[in-house]
Design a protein around this ligand. Structure first.
Ligand SMILES: NC(=O)c1ccc[n+]([C@@H]2O[C@H](COP(=O)([O-])OP(=O)(O)OC[C@H]3O[C@@H](n4cnc5c(N)ncnc54)[C@H](OP(=O)(O)O)[C@@H]3O)[C@@H](O)[C@H]2O)c1
Length: 311
């Protein structure tokens, strides 16, 4: 049996349940692409899944290979896949219908709907850091909120993975952006084109002092979402990716989904120089547990990448 190196967990738990293992090489189904993985990245959903928080929402089969983001090279394609050929460099948000064969492995079988070509001007680590956060921000801002140049968009948690991309996408759409972050990230937010404000007590007054948001993307929930309503943003122009209560007031609860067209739109923006991805730290595959721990601290600027087999 040909095996590939992967990170697996055999039960729910803390970062210590992650271990290096040899797994069988994934089979390439009819609609799938076998990708030789150069890099992946960490998203908070990875450790939420590992802890078992999503057990009621999605079927999980142990041992699980974690990870939904990928950048790599096509090794083989299924018989129903004319879109790609061996040797193509691709990126993807490889969320499947069940949780089992993720991207923290030397090879992954990715449904073709999850993939797009790799942006030419990004490193492997950057490219692997784009799909999940990029699609989330794109689908929230363009599909749910339909933002435009007339908008002032308030982004809560603007310095993180989703937030840093959301700021750039909103700016590329011509909007003004006010972003929340701790003081140490204010210069970073300015560099992305946002006007920074510190989150926490007094947020409403601090935002009011500089502008009147017409739309908001909430990446925090709870008090941050309530402050958005206190600022007078119409409920129909509020999207949250963490707080489903937003829908009860007429806003949009957004859960990111794989979409080739949206991912290709992001690639085009990257290649046009309007969007980039900031990788704060890169870990080798063997240190996946440390990468999860770092993400769980909740204060990463940009993204955490995981190198698998960079060429
Ligand atoms: N529904 C979906 O489809 C979907 C998709 C992607 C992500 N998510 C969820 O969305 C959340 C954000 O994801 P992410 O990838 O952007 O996470 P992340 O990269 O881990 O976010 C880290 C950032 O959050 C900031 N932050 C922490 N507490 C904050 C607060 N109270 N107010 C404002 N900023 C705060 C930190 O800034 P400071 O260091 O300055 O504090 C840091 O830059 C996670 O809960 C994730 O699971 C949901």
């Amino acid at each position: 049996m040909t095996g590939v190196k992967a990170i697996v967990y055999r039960r729910y738990g803390g970062p210590e349940v992650l271990e290096v293992a040899d797994i069988p090489e994934p089979k390439v189904g009819p609609d799938s692409v076998l990708v030789r993985v150069a890099a992946s990245s960490v998203n908070p959903v990875d450790w939420k899944m590992r802890e078992g928080y999503l057990d009621g929402a999605i079927d999980v089969f142990f041992p699980v290979v974690p990870g939904w983001d990928v950048a790599g090279t096509v090794e083989a394609t299924g018989p129903a896949v004319p879109e790609f050929s061996p040797g193509d460099e691709v990126i993807g948000y490889v969320r499947k219908d069940v949780v089992k064969g993720g991207t923290f492995a030397e090879k992954v079988a990715a449904p073709v709907r999850t993939l797009a070509r790799k942006p030419r001007n990004l490193s492997w680590a950057q490219a692997a850091s784009l799909p999940l956060v990029g699609l989330t921000a794109y689908q929230a801002l363009h599909h749910a909120l339909k933002i435009g140049p007339e908008d002032t968009v308030l982004v809560h948690a603007a310095a993180g993975g989703v937030g840093s991309v959301a700021v750039q996408l909103a700016r590329a759409a011509g909007a003004r952006v006010i972003g929340t972050a701790s003081e140490r990230n204010h210069d970073y937010l300015r560099s992305l084109g946002a006007e920074p404000v510190t989150y926490g007590d007094g947020l409403v007054e601090r935002v009011q002092a500089i502008g009147a948001p017409t739309a908001s993307l909430d990446l925090v929930g709870g008090e941050a979402l309530i402050s958005t309503y206190d600022l007078g943003v119409p409920a129909s122009r509020v999207a949250s990716i963490v707080d489903a209560s937003v829908a009860e007031r007429g806003g949009a609860y957004v859960f990111v989904r794989p979409d080739r067209a949206d991912l290709t739109a992001l690639v085009d923006l990257v290649e046009a120089g309007k969007l980039t991805v900031d990788v704060a730290e890169t870990y080798p595959l063997e240190r996946a547990a440390d990468a999860h721990r770092r993400s769980e601290e909740g204060h990463v600027r940009g993204k955490i990448a995981v190198e698998v087999m960079p060429s």
